[in-house]
Design a protein around this ligand. Structure first.
Ligand SMILES: Nc1nc2c(ncn2[C@@H]2O[C@H](COP(=O)(O)OP(=O)(O)OP(=O)(O)O)[C@@H](O)[C@H]2O)c(=O)[nH]1
Ligand SMILES: [Mg+2]
Length: 281
């Protein structure tokens, strides 16, 4: 090393050695260059730093291009259904087993760890409402830096709910720390047992289901999914845009009704499992 380097340079060099990402490496290298001695004797040192800057700039731009494509293997999520749920957790916690149970998919379930290498996707039917379920490869330390890890993190940020799977409290801490580190703020709930997972998902997903009916007939079997807080107006719009123009009144049964068959207007707020009859002009 060239002699007579400043304290500022030494600090910058220390930061560079400890930098974790390509971006941090680049920033600290620039600091090193600006604090390196300017005299002739330090020419090799400065040239060395410049070489490293070129190297890390290259790595960083590759990394950015990769992120744009959705990771090395192009893992990007095509969202389908009324909402999407990710099964996220440590290995051997039954994520694949649950994915196969909830949906039409048939991914490999195995006692050996890290069986799932790429996202597994299926569709769950909940009273006629389609909910997309995605199993992501198991969480490990520094998940985002592993192969396609950043693509998996980006999927977690796009979905409506994460269901968290773990065997021990230590594993739970690891998951929490990886999610926090990567700014994943998606709503989450913890998996408890297989019998209740459908309901667990439904309760936490932020939707209500409403059944429509025609006058004098039984309610439809397939429900319509609406956001929590939706009104008759939102329902009418969803069913058909003409419904709103021709709307006269609605009759309602269920939690939001004061009594069975109550007549309500467009601003009436709906609850989960309500049955609604819309009358038009
Ligand atoms: N009977 C039963 N077996 C389960 C359950 N959950 C997990 N298992 C068993 O636990 C093992 C691991 O299950 P997987 O579903 O493959 O685990 P995973 O969380 O997908 O783990 P990865 O290998 O990292 O993808 C398998 O042998 C499963 O049969 C469960 O709820 N009931
Ligand atoms: Mg699996």
């Amino acid at each position: 090393m060239a002699t007579n380097v400043t304290v500022a340079y030494q600090l910058a060099q220390h930061e560079f050695v400890n930098a974790k990402t390509n971006e941090e490496k680049l920033i600290t290298l620039k600091k090193m260059l600006s604090t390196a001695p300017g005299h002739k004797g330090a020419e090799t040192l400065r040239a060395d730093i410049r070489k490293k800057i070129v190297k890390y700039k290259g790595l960083l731009s590759k990394e950015k291009a990769q992120k744009k494509k959705g990771g090395k293997h192009g893992f990007s999520l095509k969202k389908e259904g009324s909402a999407t749920v990710c099964l996220v957790g440590t290995t051997n916690t039954g994520k694949s087993y649950i994915l196969n149970n909830l949906t039409n998919s048939n991914v490999e379930v195995s006692e050996s760890p890290f069986t799932t290498k790429k996202p597994g996707i299926g569709m769950m039917d909940y009273s006629g409402i389609k909910i997309q379920i995605v199993e992501l490869p198991s969480i490990v330390e520094n998940y985002a830096e592993k192969e396609s890890g950043s693509a998996f993190i980006s999927i977690m940020k796009q979905v409506e709910l994460l269901v968290i799977f773990f065997n021990t409290s230590e594993e739970k801490r690891l998951i929490d720390s990886e999610l926090t580190k990567n700014d994943v703020n998606t709503r989450q709930t913890v998996f408890k047992d297989e019998t209740s997972i459908r309901d667990l998902i439904w309760i936490n997903i932020g939707l209500i289901k409403v059944f429509t009916k025609q006058s004098g007939k039984k309610a439809e079997e397939k429900a319509i999914a609406l956001k929590v807080g939706s009104t008759i107006k939102n329902l009418a719009e969803f069913v058909h845009k003409d419904f709103l123009k021709k709307f006269k009144y609605a009759k309602i049964w269920g939690k939001s009704a004061k009594f069975n068959g109550q007549t309500v207007g467009l601003n009436h707020k709906l609850e989960d499992n309500d049955v609604v009859e819309i009358h038009t002009k």
